[in-house]
Design a protein around this ligand. Structure first.
Ligand code: FAD
Length: 485
């Protein structure tokens, strides 16, 4: 592809989607001096404040998300995490110091709020020996100079280090022992609050937000045909559901799980898949509120790799409302629907969807989580605390788990930043800086940016995620039994 002409700082830029990719991109564009940025989203986040209970169903809404530096041999993401951790610390500081200037805070937030809680992230399994991923993490974090941050929970030297740093209880957080590595740089972020803050910050920097089902929803692109043989069309803007046209020199699609159906050329590169989320409610008077408090209990992942449908669990400490959240990704379910071009693509469906809303979760996910709770956290059931709520949450998986941040081939003026593959939230404060580098053509030979290029599965390449199995496939929600709690 030939390089597009540079964008003037006052060129109109449209971003569609106010999830983490859209928010972060808008923030960093504004910070680099771009002055004509509009973010569109079909969800009215100014009213719903990224809360699921208020009707949000994007991937970025949530009460909490995991932060970790542990990335095995994928040192490009390890480095990104180091960068993001500094940015999260800076945001925490910004919040704290806002007591002197409350215009820095979105309405409803105070300077005693916090985004990132560094209570450690435990990657663990029921194996007898440390899996390759954990070994690689320990080695690569040491090589990068982060000494003593990755603590193996059965090694005396590391147990001592954990005790010195106040992490003893996070090494073995369950009622049954596990083998794993505590990443003491990690923990979790309060996701909805962080998104609200990012949106407010972007607004303060002059970014316009058009939010809502009519004025904020992209329905089509405006394009004109190209005279260049390497380009099919030039995208010059969008049309929204209220019928209005909006011109842009650059349009950036950041629509999470909705992106593959808006951009069919992502077929076989990205697919929308569901994770199953389970919430237990711990009453305020219960001593388990203390037991699962973040000062004692880490964020964790269990049997995440090589366990197929029986593994893929992760979880969090209890939140301030008593919610203990556990997620399941052992099977990445799909919702294939026939689209206007006659092809099937998986699209998000949740309890908030206007068509075919779904309030249940797959029985298999429920069984795996219930078994884990019985085996590893029986004290919850013994105290009469069971799964109280469930939901589906929609990821955008690429075949290799790398993001897709690139110009869309053959469509001048169109980019996408998507394919979060279950691990992009942690980069909310920083990923936009990389997107702007891609826009400006800066440092394109860095490994991360190369990994995010538009790509196809090469012959003989084994995909991390098998995509597009369709409605007849074993992961289709319509072929698996569903349960309610
Ligand atoms: C259950 C779950 C748990 C996760 N846990 C973690 C974790 O612990 N740590 C971590 O780092 N990452 C985690 N992730 C991954 C992370 O949340 C995602 O990678 C990230 O939030 C994706 O952001 P996004 O901007 O791509 O998409 P989204 O957040 O889904 O945002 C897309 C936006 O586009 C809007 N949109 C869609 N279509 C249109 C349209 N036609 N017009 C206008 N707007 C439109 C939507 O309304 C939405 O607001 C998790 C993901 C899920 C689903």
């Amino acid at each position: 592809m030939t390089s597009p002409p540079p964008l003037a700082k006052d060129s109109p830029i449209i971003i569609i989607g106010a999830g983490i990719f859209g928010l972060s991109t808008s923030l960093h564009l504004a910070q680099r001096g771009y002055s004509n940025i509009t973010v569109f989203d079909k969800q009215p986040y100014h009213k719903t404040l990224y809360s699921y209970d208020a009707g949000c169903d994007s991937a970025s809404f949530d009460i909490n998300k995991i932060i970790r530096s542990a990335y095995g041999s994928q040192t490009e993401y390890q480095d990104l995490s180091t960068e993001a951790l500094s940015a999260w610390a800076a945001w925490n500081e910004e919040l704290k110091s806002s007591s002197e200037d409350d215009t820095l805070l979105p309405p409803g937030m105070t300077s005693s709020d916090i985004f990132f809680i560094q209570n450690g992230h435990l990657t663990c399994s029921d194996a007898d020996t440390l899996p390759e991923f954990e070994r690689a993490t320990v080695e690569n974090m040491e090589l990068a100079g982060h000494h003593g941050t990755q603590l193996i929970n059965n090694e005396q030297r590391d147990i001592k280090l954990a005790s010195q740093q106040g992490f003893t209880s996070a090494l073995q957080p369950f009622d049954k022992h596990v083998l794993g590595v505590l990443d003491t740089t990690g923990g979790f972020v309060l996701a909805d609050k962080a998104c609200r803050f990012a949106l407010y910050k972007a607004k303060r920097l002059g970014v316009r937000f058009i939010l809502g089902a009519e004025s904020g929803r992209l329905t089509s692109f405006i394009h004109r045909s190209s005279v260049s043989p390497s380009t099919n069309s030039i995208i010059t803007g969008i049309v929204t559901a209220d019928g209005k046209s909006h011109s842009a020199a650059l349009t950036i699609l950041c629509c999470g799980g909705w992106t593959p159906s808006l951009l069919p050329s992502l077929d076989s590169l990205c697919e929308t898949t569901a994770g199953s989320v389970f919430m237990l409610h711990i009453p305020e008077a219960s001593p388990l509120r203390k037991r699962f408090h973040h000062s004692r209990f880490p964020s964790w992942s269990f049997n995440m790799r090589d366990h197929g449908a029986d593994g893929g669990l992760y979880g969090f400490p209890v939140d301030q409302n008593g919610v203990l959240k556990i997620g399941y990704r052992g099977t990445k379910y799909t919702n294939p629907q026939v689209q206007s071009d006659g092809r099937e693509r998986s699209v998000p469906v949740t309890k908030w969807s206007s068509n075919d809303a779904i309030t249940q979760v797959p029985q298999q996910a429920h069984q795996v989580v219930t078994k884990f709770l019985e085996e590893y956290l029986p004290e919850l059931g013994n105290s009469g605390i069971y799964i109280a709520e469930t939901r589906l949450c929609w990821y955008t998986d690429s075949f290799d788990n790398h993001y897709v941040i690139d110009r869309v081939p053959r469509h001048e003026g169109l980019m996408c930043a998507t394919g979060g593959s279950g691990h992009a939230f942690k980069f909310l404060p920083s990923i936009g800086n990389w997107v702007v580098d891609v826009i400006e053509g800066v440092g394109l030979d860095r490994p991360a940016i190369k990994a995010w290029r538009w790509r196809i599965l090469q012959e003989g390449e084994e995909p991390v995620n098998k995509l597009m199995e369709g409605s007849q496939g074993p992961r289709s929600l319509w072929n698996v039994p569903l349960v309610s709690v």
